[in-house]
Ligand binder design. Structure first.
Ligand code: ADP
Ligand code: MG
Length: 341
């Protein structure tokens, strides 16, 4: 199938909390297309988070398990274009018959149906035909069905029939794993600290993450230089929006909470749970040493506390750094990450 890209497989689709449900639902569908309750399977999420990769992986996996199945992958945009062409050429029946003959249809980026009523009507009929015959429909979209604008209600209601699973931004460890996998596939080696630096600083989308690595390699080839951390920092300046920015309390809060695996909002809450108190105190301590914020501002930021609470937190952290080796290590680790910005 020319529409399926063999490079997108489950094998090279790294699993993480960010994609667990979507990935496993996709896997189930690939084993039994049309035979699960995930019909349609709707994968949604922002740009560059892996919708196309996962949708293609499902298609490839189906062809691997069940080579006789007719699988079509089509972007919504292309489908719309084909429809317009078929109107023009009087081949609308061929167009509809082609899609209705499929065992599996994978349609990418269905948010692009917005405003295209006639194409939506045609797809509505194709969808019903396939669904009623126990065929599998897989969709991707940049928003959850309930948030899709410009789509007809009856089509949207179909989209909600099966399972909608979202893709989130991968966490740091998953981002590192994605980079490692990509490096391995391309036969590239980079120092660990460079990989970690890139994964750390590019935290909004996987496409950019990979793009940063590609640009790094390109520049290193051009300059005939091996990449070390300093060079990576220099080279990635354009990619990383934070480099010139000052460290913010938000960022400290995010790093500390990620490090201790505590929910980010909790440090601002009144809770006295030990690990939360610890995360809060370290956040305050780092805010005092790494930002220009006043004690009063820091207290207010971390849950409306007063400046004496901040003084006490800083004192506590300093004492613990002196007396508790593990604790010292935690603070050190987080500081190291902070300085990577
Ligand atoms: P979207 O369609 O959501 O815009 P893509 O599927 O095009 O995103 O993904 C962008 C890039 O990121 C692709 O190169 C893809 O292979 C890669 N990617 C995304 N998520 C993962 C993942 N979990 N594991 C490995 N690569 C991923
Ligand atoms: Mg895509």
């Amino acid at each position: 199938d020319p529409q399926l890209n063999a490079n997108y497989t489950f094998d090279n689709y790294i699993e993480g909390d960010c994609n667990r449900l979507a990935r496993s639902a996709g896997y189930a569908v690939a084993a039994k297309p049309g035979g699960t309750s995930f019909n349609p399977l709707m994968i949604y999420g922002g740009v560059g988070l892996g919708k196309t990769h996962l949708a293609q992986a499902i298609g490839n996996e189906i062809k691997r398990n069940l080579p006789d199945k007719l699988v079509i992958y089509v972007s919504c945009e292309k489908f719309c274009q084909q429809f317009v062409d078929s109107l023009k050429n009087n081949t609308i029946n061929d167009f509809v018959n082609f899609y209705q003959a499929m065992d599996v249809i994978i349609m990418d980026d269905v948010h692009n149906f917005a405003g295209k009523e006639k194409t939506q009507d045609i797809f509505f009929h194709i969808f019903n035909h396939l669904h009623q015959s126990g065929k599998q429909v897989i969709l991707s979209s940049d928003k959850a069905p309930k948030d899709l604008a410009g789509l007809e209600e009856r089509l949207l209601s179909r989209f909600k029939w099966g399972l909608s699973a979202d893709l989130q931004i991968p966490d740091l460890e998953t981002r590192i794993a994605i980079l490692r996998k990509k490096m391995y596939a391309d036969g590239i080696e980079l120092p660990n600290e460079v990989v970690e630096y890139v994964a750390h600083n590019i935290d909004n989308n996987v496409r950019e993450l990979e793009g940063a690595m590609v640009s790094l390699l390109a520049q290193s080839t051009l300059n005939k230089k091996d990449i070390d951390l300093n060079l990576a920092k220099q080279m990635l300046k354009n990619f990383i929006k934070n480099t010139s920015k000052e460290i913010s309390m938000e960022y400290i809060q995010k790093l500390v909470c990620e490090y201790f695996e505590v929910p980010i909002d909790m440090v601002k809450s009144p809770t006295r749970k030990r690990e939360i108190v610890q995360a809060r105190q370290i956040s305050m301590y780092l805010s005092k040493s790494h930002t220009k914020s006043s004690l009063k501002t820091i207290g207010a930021f971390f849950g409306g506390r007063d400046h004496s609470t901040v003084i006490y937190a800083c004192q506590t952290v300093e004492d613990l750094i002196d007396t508790d080796k593990n604790f010292k290590g935690y603070v050190h680790d987080i500081q190291k990450k902070l300085k990577m910005t």
